[in-house]
Design a protein around this ligand. Structure first.
Ligand SMILES: [Cu+2]
Length: 117
């Protein structure tokens, strides 16, 4: 009886491991598929319409009301971004309609390009 319990537990553990291995494989496949389809030609430099809501020169942050940012997977919203450099903060004014390029720079959403519309 005791032996039977041990066998069934071992089987259970093996089953759990094989289940998670299958799940990992599927996640990997899905990720690869997504990366392949999203590597479209224009997405590397595409600019997004935005409006400057607030500029904080002390912290180097610019609050934008932005359209969908496809390259970082963000829907349209209003939020603060780090500006790439101080010159960008000087050029921009609250209320400006701009086109921006936002990229994830070392985990920080950063405005790397800002053009006045
Ligand atoms: Cu956002």
């Amino acid at each position: 009886m005791k032996k039977l319990i041990c066998v069934s537990m071992a089987f259970g553990a093996a089953f759990a491991v094989s289940q998670s291995a299958v799940a990992d494989d599927m996640a990997g496949m899905k990720m690869n598929g997504t990366m392949t389809t999203s590597s479209a030609s224009s997405s590397k430099t595409a600019l997004t319409d935005a409006e400057v809501k607030k500029i904080d020169t002390a912290s180097g942050m610019v609050t934008l009301k932005h359209g969908a940012l496809q390259n970082v997977g963000m829907p349209a919203m209003t939020m603060a971004f780090k500006a790439k450099d101080a010159a960008m903060l000087k050029q921009a004014h609250e209320g400006d309609k701009v086109k921006v390029r936002v990229e994830d720079v070392a985990g920080t959403m950063t405005i790397v390009t800002m053009q006045k519309q």
